[in-house]
Ligand binder design. Structure first.
Ligand SMILES: [Mg+2]
Length: 405
């Protein structure tokens, strides 16, 4: 565990000279000098983090813990110790499970009936997305108090570049620990921090020590940390690619490192380049705070799998209308039409077509998406259908004659 999960505490015990590594108390926010033991010399807390590179790392990923469930528990203290599942609805899958429910083996995306078999005492709550979004915005506002370089990944997680804090002479790790304490005391939700030197490793780290975690992956320990991890833990490696990699004898990130870049690209396409770099702990993507919309899409999960082309076409129409409404509200036009389908056995297909001129209306989108759909309706049954637009630009900057097409 100590070597596999180089969280501060573990590294302090295992790394050579680790006892002298800088330390930070996550409860009283002091930086104990010298070589503290297992507890903070100032407040006695065991939540001491220690790592040789603690004050030198500036890319963080902060992720709220079991976010939806935590918000519901906050708002109803009677649920505090109960197993809580957020989910239900028509298809009835688990959207989030609290840590009590997870002890019983309840997991996200599991059908609610199955979750109830494992944990019959669970309290099931219908998701209240508007409420979670509001809390998510409050979390984001606190992050932005620390740095403008916040790149949201979803409602409850974001990358932060805290390089400016380090440049100003303060410890970024200390600032981050203070931030999650503030989130906890002001908003009543807990979050975990992953701290490293790039986004890939920061995101990996935030998962290592949940909940209320703080895990550090430094430059010196990245390769050794990554080597034994399954390839499927690399962000972007889905089930299908994971299966292919394993069939090709690549089970761990260490195995991945034995294959050269050209071979990876030839075998697996563009993601091969990312696999090559990530395997070595290299990720040059900057933390990008711009909220530029890259695509607008709408999809629906079907209550039963459908293969009938006419029925699928009928489902496509309102999706295109929803996309068009959002495009027009955002004053965007898009040139690339996308169709997404998920087969009964969970394979996701995406098909795209570049149009001569950009569009933002439902009718043009529907026509183009329908043409893509007709290429796929060959008797296969689908459980999800979606449509969208990509390659977007500001409608104001497009000459009007292009819009008429
Ligand atoms: Mg989360």
């Amino acid at each position: 565990m100590a070597v596999q999960a180089p969280q501060g505490k573990a590294m302090g015990d295992t790394a050579g000279g680790g006892a002298a590594a800088p330390a930070l108390c996550r409860d009283c926010l002091t930086l104990p000098a010298g070589t503290p033991g297992d507890r903070c010399p100032a407040c006695g807390s065991p939540r001491l983090i220690r790592h040789p590179e603690l004050h030198a790392l500036t890319i963080a990923h902060i992720d709220c813990d079991a976010f939806y469930a935590t918000v519901e528990k906050r708002d109803n203290p009677a649920l505090a110790k109960r197993p809580v599942i957020i989910g239900g609805g028509q298809r009835g899958v688990v959207a989030a499970a609290c840590y009590v429910a997870r002890v019983y083996g309840v997991r996200s995306a599991m059908p609610v009936y199955k979750a109830m078999e494992r944990c019959p005492d669970a309290v099931v709550i219908r998701p209240d997305m508007a409420k979670y979004a509001a809390v998510g915005r409050q979390v984001r506002a606190l992050m932005l108090d620390l740095t403008p370089l916040v790149e949201p990944l979803s409602i409850d997680e974001a990358f932060l570049d805290v390089g400016a804090i380090a440049a100003g002479g303060e410890s970024p790790a200390l600032a981050l620990a203070r931030l999650v304490l503030t989130i906890e005391t002001r908003l009543g939700v807990t979050a975990s921090i992953g701290l490293s030197y790039n986004k890939f490793l920061a995101k990996t780290a935030s998962d290592l020590d949940k909940p209320r975690g703080f895990a550090v992956i430094g430059r010196a320990d990245a390769e050794a940390f990554l080597a034994p991890r399954p390839v499927g833990t690399i962000h972007g490696v889905g089930k299908a690619l994971d299966t292919r990699l394993r069939r090709d004898g690549i089970a761990t990130i260490g195995d991945l490192r034995k294959v050269d870049e050209a071979t990876l690209v030839r075998r697996y396409g563009a993601i091969g380049r990312r696999l090559f770099r990530f395997a070595r702990g290299i990720d040059n993507r900057p933390v990008d705070p711009s909220e530029e919309t890259k695509s607008v899409s709408s999809e629906t999960t079907l209550q039963r799998d459908i293969s009938d082309p006419a029925a699928l076409a009928r489902l496509l129409k309102p999706l295109c209308e929803a996309v068009a409404r959002r495009m027009q509200r955002k004053r965007l036009v898009g040139r690339r039409v996308t169709l997404k389908l998920k087969t009964g056995d969970f394979r996701t297909l995406t098909r795209g077509r570049l149009l001569v001129s950009p569009i933002d209306d439902a009718e043009s989108l529907y026509r183009a998406a329908l043409a893509l759909l007709e290429g796929e309706t060959d008797g296969r049954a689908f459980r999800l259908i979606g449509a969208g637009l990509e390659e977007l630009s500001d409608s104001e900057t497009i000459p009007p004659d292009l819009l008429s097409g």
